[in-house]
Design a protein around this ligand. Structure first.
Ligand code: URA
Length: 433
């Protein structure tokens, strides 16, 4: 019996469970252009409203994964690891984490993306280093991973093309925020990279992808379930994004902060904690440490000893970047933001801070926007810190005085100062394995 797309849509619409074969008809048909966008849109809405059980979510993911190229690292000696973050504000973890992992003997083949909206992209950040290229042909990318254990580049192969089709339809049909669809979307791309061990950083809070830790946990469980069924080792950390991660938001500014952490072996507590915790998972799952605790110790030692810093330099050099970081782009205007009163920083809406940086030119509103690598902001205080009245709490980096003034007003409006110190937030709220 040949399966008809209308019957498959009707079956899901009426709440029945779909088979792998039925997902195959849809996904393969969509990629070949035989299933039109209006039928895929109807299917996505049916999946959104009726939900997908664990097996269906897995089957959909597998079909999406096999809709394009799948990397094979079996010719490579060593354990290939990968990390995925659901995105946040000031999230420069990859820049510090990847060299730590490579310094510890793991192979890091990181395909990253560009920023859109209030979340930044690792590629944009790296490109603020003079000469550094992220457009690495596949053969060179593989050779770099083999020879120095680390490469961070953009996507050249066609990974999960079905996701590209479905994601652009979900974006305009109000079907993005469905846990099974998000899990299938992310995991189809991640599994196509073919890492032996994967760690997911699922963020919640005002600047995170999911509103609450409980939602983030549900998404993490759905993704880990897929990884397990596919035979991959994966764990997920649930981490807060209620204030920017670390101090800097903006491309060159974040690179500078990441280099600072690598050079000094330390930095903002929240940033370093997340980086070391992610590293611990991969050292443990990638067979370099007997336990999570031992993985954490190894990560700390590689960061503090400067071995990770040297690995970062090696990567920059291999990708054509200039190691004279004093040449990072700098904004002509650096405007201080001062506190209106004394007290403890009780909150800092991460989304609003991210949007402020976006307005300054650090991000893209639409894909075709050109970013200003020098633009952004640097915070000097974090939640829980005490500040005096008129103390400089941040600096705004941009080209235009009017823009700077508007950003300063916006920023002082989103930093809440209160009489009592807030309760400290755990940087790793949960681990899903
Ligand atoms: N990111 C993705 O890659 N896919 C989603 O569905 C949501 C976020």
């Amino acid at each position: 019996m040949t399966m008809n797309m209308v019957d498959i849509i009707r079956k899901k619409r009426d709440g029945y469970v779909l088979s792998r074969e039925e997902f195959a008809v849809w996904v393969q048909g969509a990629v070949k252009g035989e299933v039109p966008d209006y039928q895929s849109s109807a299917m996505l809405m049916a999946c959104f409203l009726r939900g997908l059980n664990e097996d269906e979510t897995f089957d959909l993911t597998m079909e999406m994964l096999h809709s394009g190229d799948v990397f094979d690292w079996s010719d490579l000696e060593g354990t290939v690891v990968d990390k995925h973050s659901t995105g946040g504000v000031g999230d420069k973890t990859t820049l510090i984490l990847a060299p730590i992992l490579a310094a510890g003997g793991l192979k890091v083949a990181k395909l990253s993306g560009r920023g859109l909206g209030h979340t930044g992209g690792t590629l944009d950040k790296l490109e603020s280093i003079a000469g550094l290229s992220v457009d690495i042909p596949e053969a060179k990318f593989r050779a770099q991973v083999r020879d120095i254990g680390i490469a961070v580049g953009g996507q050249t192969a066609e990974l999960a093309p079905a996701d590209k089709i479905f994601y652009s339809l979900r974006d305009v049909t109000a079907t993005v925020d469905s846990i099974p669809l998000i899990a299938a979307s992310i995991m189809s791309k991640k599994l196509a990279i073919g890492a032996d061990a994967l760690v997911l950083d699922v963020k919640y809070g005002s600047g995170g992808f999911m509103p609450t830790a409980a939602d983030a946990r549900r998404l993490a469980e759905a993704m880990i379930d897929i990884a397990k069924k596919a035979g991959h080792k994966a764990t997920a950390l649930i981490t807060p994004m209620n204030q920017p991660l670390g101090m800097a938001v903006g491309n060159a500014l974040e690179i500078a902060e990441a280099i600072d952490v690598l050079e000094n072996g330390t930095g903002a507590r929240d940033l370093v904690t997340v980086v070391l915790s992610l590293a611990a998972e991969l050292f443990y799952n990638g067979g370099k440490a007997e336990s999570r605790e031992a993985g954490l110790e190894l990560a700390k030692q590689l960061l503090e000893s400067g071995v990770a810093r040297d690995k970062f330099y090696e990567m920059v050099k291999a990708q054509g970047g200039n190691l004279d970081f004093s040449r990072l782009p700098k904004a002509p205007l650096v405007v201080p933001v001062t506190t209106p009163k004394a007290g403890f920083i009780a909150g800092m809406d991460a989304l609003a801070v991210g949007r402020t940086a976006l307005e300054l030119g650090a991000g893209r509103r639409v894909k075709t926007d050109v970013i200003d690598p020098a633009a952004g902001l640097v915070l000097y205080k974090k939640c829980g810190d005490y500040v005096d009245k008129d103390e400089i709490i941040a600096t705004i980096h941009c080209r235009d005085a009017r823009q700077a003034a508007a950003a300063a007003v916006m920023l002082s409006g989103v930093i809440r100062i209160e009489g009592e110190a807030p309760e400290a937030e755990a940087m790793v709220a949960d681990i899903v394995e």
